[in-house]
Design a protein around this ligand. Structure first.
Ligand code: HEM
Length: 407
């Protein structure tokens, strides 16, 4: 504790890390946002205002590079190892992202009806003419994104549980390093090795017999000189799995929670499913699935009158920026019709969320179905229990009671 004393804001940041505040971190964010930028450690800062975060996400002097992947693993073809592109700076980032985007976007665009059918099938399992209860996380929020990503990757349905378990284990890789114990860091390296070992046979099989799926596309399309090697491909697939999984789980669970705490909005959505896009945008602002992101300064930076020296870490508090009263009127109010909802939930700049369109489709389909198919849904436990993760924050379970689940 003595090491944090020179930096009073460190206490508010420690409170944010404390699982006891996971159900409502917003008072901690408000405390950190008392100043636009605060120092929370010898080489660590937090930035809370919408305008500053927006500018810093686009500032090339901030690096997203991460050392977690370690040395180039076998299979890198002797080329410098380029890890999951979320943690890689341009220009390598752009080459990897472009290849992935080229394969991803055309496959996502036509997925709307298929996602609605998946949501329908998941809720059909709970169809009931009388009162009952279900856990939205296990019934819908968790299985939907993994089923969608497996379909995109051409992974058979029976492999979904394996993907599930990898998604959970790999997600810790995104939490701030100081929240990981030495054991957890070692476990994570083991998980990354297991992930590669699991994927290599699948990649080899698609290499020999390419199909219409995204993995085959990444293996065969474009210039062979710059095409991802096997290790980069495994890394990209891991990124799509974790970046697209827990985030969307949280969007659906946080969205259900917000709707059930604001029954007047739920009623409006039930009466007018056309409101779903605005509801999803407001959930993303009000209770964002990704609460913050980290960068490292590669040069001295001036932010809101303070100088951040080169080499220091800068935490961009997306959740605080989303409640900045300078940018959003009445920021603590859940208000889907708010004008100009330029939230920060998907980040910005070169790392702007790759899967935003897909996340929106999944969120809209899930929340519309909750509103229209469940009669008189209400929270059975409020607040619900939360998972330990602080960066990707969301309920571990979300039990709701209903009078019926219609067809
Ligand atoms: C509600 C759901 C989602 C949220 C809130 C979300 C949020 C974010 C944020 C904040 C970033 C930027 C991180 C940074 O700048 O450090 C990001 C990047 C990314 N997201 Fe999402 N995401 C969601 C869903 C998805 C989905 C469904 C996918 C894909 C299947 C996906 C794939 C990615 C990838 C690959 C990146 C890295 C982009 C890059 O580095 O160029 N995300 N996401």
């Amino acid at each position: 504790m003595t090491s944090t004393r020179p930096y009073p804001a460190a206490l508010a940041y420690e409170a944010l890390l404390d699982p006891a505040h996971r159900h409502d971190p917003y008072p901690c964010f408000a405390e950190l946002a008392a100043e636009p930028i605060q120092r929370i450690g010898e080489h660590r800062w937090v930035v809370s205002r919408h305008a500053d975060i927006t500018a810093l996400l686009r500032d090339p002097r901030l690096s997203a590079q991460d050392e977690l992947e370690g040395d180039p693993p076998p299979g890198s073809d002797g080329r410098p190892f380029r890890g999951p592109f979320l943690k890689v700076d341009p220009p390598h980032h752009d080459t990897l992202r472009e290849q992935a985007m080229h394969q991803f976007m055309p496959r996502v665009l036509g997925l709307g009806p298929r996602i609605e059918a998946m949501v329908g099938a998941l809720l059909d399992r709970h169809r009931s003419t009388g009162p009952g209860e279900l856990d939205v996380v296990t019934a819908l929020a968790y299985p939907l994104p993994v089923a969608v990503i497996c379909e995109l990757l051409g992974v058979p349905a029976e492999e979904e549980p394996v993907f599930h378990s990898f998604a959970e284990r790999l997600t810790r890789a995104l939490d701030p390093v100081e929240t990981l114990s030495a054991q957890e860091r070692a476990d994570l390296q083991g998980t990354l090795a297991d992930w590669r070992a699991y994927l290599l046979p699948m990649i080899a099989q698609r290499h020999d017999r390419p199909g219409p799926d995204l993995v085959s596309g990444l293996l065969t399309a474009g210039d062979p000189e710059t095409r991802m090697n096997t290790v980069e491909l495994a890394s990209t697939l891991g990124l799509l799995l974790i970046a697209g999984h827990e985030t969307t789980v949280n969007l659906i669970a946080n969205g259900t929670l917000a709707l059930l705490r604001h029954p007047e909005v739920l009623d409006r959505l039930r009466a007018d499913p056309g409101l779903a896009p605005a509801v999803v945008e407001e959930v993303l602002r009000y209770d964002p699935p990704v609460q913050l992101t980290a960068r490292r300064a590669t040069a001295d930076l001036r932010v809101a009158g303070r100088v951040v020296p080169a080499g220091d870490d800068v935490l961009l508090l997306l959740a605080a920026g989303n409640r900045d009263p300078r940018r959003f009127a009445d920021p603590d109010r859940f208000w889907p019709q708010r004008p100009g909802n330029a939230h920060l939930a998907f980040g910005g700049g070169v790392h702007y969320c790759f899967g935003a369109a897909l996340a929106r489709m999944e969120g809209q389909a899930a929340l519309s179905a909750i509103a229209t198919r469940l009669a008189n849904p209400r929270l059975a436990v409020d607040p619900p229990p939360y998972r330990a993760n602080m960066l990707l924050r969301g309920p571990a379970r979300l039990r709701i009671a209903f009078d019926a689940v219609t067809g």
